[in-house]
Design a protein around this ligand. Structure first.
Ligand code: 5FX
Length: 536
């Protein structure tokens, strides 16, 4: 077989809800290898659905930690069998589904440090976890713990100001509190608690990896301004928690060299650097190469905004995390539940189930829709908490219906005005250099993207984010190699393929939406507090 040319590279891992995935990225930032192990398909003995077990209470959701370990074994063995040249791997980093937690049993660190290269990981780590079914982000069984935590710090807004979010059931501090309260023996036998991200990094390190500040911001435990654990929050969740968590580190930290286990079993170079793993969303922000002033809009079943923030304004909605690639900056996530399912419903009702008719309606109606405004929430919306459809005429009178074309534009303009208003509520500001990066199903519709560009007054680019968490992790591994040189992340990734320009603001758009946005915000408040009189 022809000798393969040596190809220096970095690996990017993603321990996500449904699979473990890896990409190899070369020095020109080309992805030249990818593989994944799908939990439901490749590890059927664990009996998961969508990578998880939903418990009988309908609230508790967990994943077997040894399934994650075995998935890594599968991928590494496949890479080895395919002839992948591990000796060319300069560094690796990775991502994990946010908020999930792993409970290492007393003595596990010794096992991690002395792994035998003759055996796969899962054969050696069988007895290393005090909790075998890790709680994951889909869990919503900790409402009581959320209220206890908010009470301990002076309320929901106080907790948000301190940690970047009000208490959420999936956030790790509340999950740890539940385990301490309901399984104190397992908690007392736990010598280390990792996030999924730092757990995965620990497997490569052969010792406990610290939690990075960005993923650590998803725990309701980290003071996002000082980047240290909040002692009040720790004490409110469980005793001796700080020693079980270890100290958080900046996300760009090199946390050590790869364990000798991988050198001996797979041929990694002894100097292969491990860069702190982080959450899947922070890693995706890195993969999308978001920069100051940019906003990423993932238009999927639910719509998710990724924001780059310099001056965060923590609120009772959304989540503010330490930024994974700009250590003095922040990022925010905002989730809008009524996303593509709402767009498809209005398409079916008002465009005869046809996207081309839907697009034609957007093209044939004017920016601003003649002053007509609509709110479309067929399921309870998260941002803000509203349900139902609410239509208003230019005179702010509630109306029961709009003509078909007006309905379609009212839906799309309303969805994007809500995004801009709530993003600005968290401290986001459109800047002259702002780029909007669109991804997800609806980003293939150019007419929808035109409305997005008009509402934000900024150009819209489309990007493929299928592997964004993995690719972002590989980029962060390259950035880790420059650790200590002050080379900015943006410099490290400048060779990456640029996003494609899809839409620029229509002339006059800013005048139209500068006038509409405050009206939309006032009407939203009117729906939220119906006792209030009509907006002036
Ligand atoms: O809970 C979330 C973010 O807060 C999800 O996006 C998980 O990170 C998905 F793994």
């Amino acid at each position: 077989m022809a000798e393969r040319a040596a190809r220096r590279c970095c690996l990017g891992w993603d321990f996500s809800t449904q699979q473990v995935k890896v990409v190899a990225v070369d020095a020109e930032l080309n992805v030249f290898y990818e593989d994944s192990a799908h939990f439901d398909r490749d590890l059927q003995e664990f009996g998961t659905q969508g990578g998880v077990h939903v418990h009988e209470d309908g609230l508790t959701v967990t994943s077997p930690v040894l399934m994650w370990v075995q998935a890594l074994d599968i991928i590494l063995e496949r890479m080895k069998a395919s002839g992948f040249d591990f000796s060319q791997v300069l560094a690796l980093s990775g991502a994990g589904q946010q908020h999930g937690s792993v409970y290492w049993k007393a003595g596990a660190s010794q096992v991690l440090r002395s792994l035998s290269p003759d055996l796969p990981l899962h054969k050696q780590l069988q007895a290393c976890f005090s909790i075998s079914d890790s709680p994951v982000w889909m869990d919503s069984s900790t409402t009581a713990q959320c209220r206890q935590l908010e009470a301990a710090v002076g309320g929901a807004q106080a907790l948000s100001c301190l940690t970047g979010s009000r208490a959420y059931e999936r956030f790790t501090g509340n999950q740890i509190a539940k385990i301490y309260q309901q399984n104190p023996e397992a908690y007392s036998h736990t010598e280390r608690i990792s996030l999924v991200s730092s757990f995965a990094a620990s497997l490569f390190l052969g010792s406990y990896s610290p939690i990075d500040c960005s993923d650590g911001s998803g725990m309701n435990l980290l003071q996002i301004k000082d980047k240290v654990w909040s002692r009040v929050c720790l004490a409110a969740c469980a005793p001796h928690l700080e020693e079980k968590l270890g100290s958080p580190v900046p996300s760009c930290s090199v946390v050590g060299a790869i364990s000798s286990y991988y050198v001996q079993r797979y041929g990694f170079p002894p100097g292969c650097q491990v860069v702190a793993f982080t959450g899947d969303n922070p890693a995706s922000l890195a993969g999308m190469r978001l920069e100051e002033g940019d906003i990423a809009v993932s238009l999927g079943t639910s719509d998710t905004l990724f924001l780059w923030l310099q001056e965060p304004m923590p609120a009772l909605e959304g989540h503010i995390f330490c930024n994974p690639v700009g250590s003095q900056h922040y990022m925010a996530l905002l989730c809008f539940k009524n996303g593509s399912l709402m767009r498809e419903k209005i398409r079916d009702e008002s465009a005869s189930c046809s996207w081309s008719e839907f697009s034609e309606a957007l093209r044939s109606t004017e920016m601003g829709n003649g002053g007509n405004l609509g709110f479309y929430f067929d399921v309870m919306e998260i941002t803000p908490e509203i349900i139902g459809r609410h239509r208003f005429s230019a005179e702010n009178h509630k109306v029961p219906a709009f003509p078909r074309d007006v309905e379609i534009r009212a839906l799309i303009e309303g969805q994007f005005m809500a995004k801009r208003i709530h993003a600005e509520g968290l401290g986001y500001r459109v800047m002259p250099k702002t780029k909007i990066l669109a991804t997800g199903g609806a980003s293939h519709n150019r007419d929808i993207l035109q409305v997005l560009a008009d509402v934000f007054g900024a150009p819209v680019y489309v990007i493929d984010t299928a592997n964004s968490a993995c690719v972002g992790s590989a980029y962060r591994a390259f950035h880790g190699l420059a650790a200590g040189t002050d080379v900015p992340f943006s410099e490290v990734v400048k060779l990456a393929p640029p996003p494609r320009l899809a839409a620029t603001p229509t002339p006059g758009a800013s005048q139209v939406y500068e006038a509409l946005l405050p009206r939309y915000a006032k009407l939203e408040q009117r729906i939220l507090s119906p006792t209030q009189g009509p907006p002036e």
